[in-house]
Design a protein around this ligand. Structure first.
Ligand code: ZN
Length: 67
């Protein structure tokens, strides 16, 4: 199950939720102050798919083609 990180814009409280895709929402209620906390996109969330794409598109692992 993917984990989503949210950060409250009011009190700056940061929290993680493990949610299914169906449960996932772009914001959650802050458990500290009950305000709306938008999702935070951390670089680690993109690392695996990003690396995969680059690897596929540009042949990342072999440097013998360019330069
Ligand atoms: Zn809050």
């Amino acid at each position: 199950m993917p984990t989503y990180t949210y950060r409250c814009t009011i009190c700056r409280h940061e929290f993680d939720y493990a949610l299914t895709l169906a449960q996932h929402k772009p914001s959650q209620m802050c458990p500290a102050c009950m305000n709306d906390a938008p999702q935070v996109f951390k670089p680690t969330n993109f690392k695996v798919p990003g690396a995969f794409w680059r690897h596929k598109d540009h042949g990342w692992d072999k440097n013998d083609e360019d330069d």
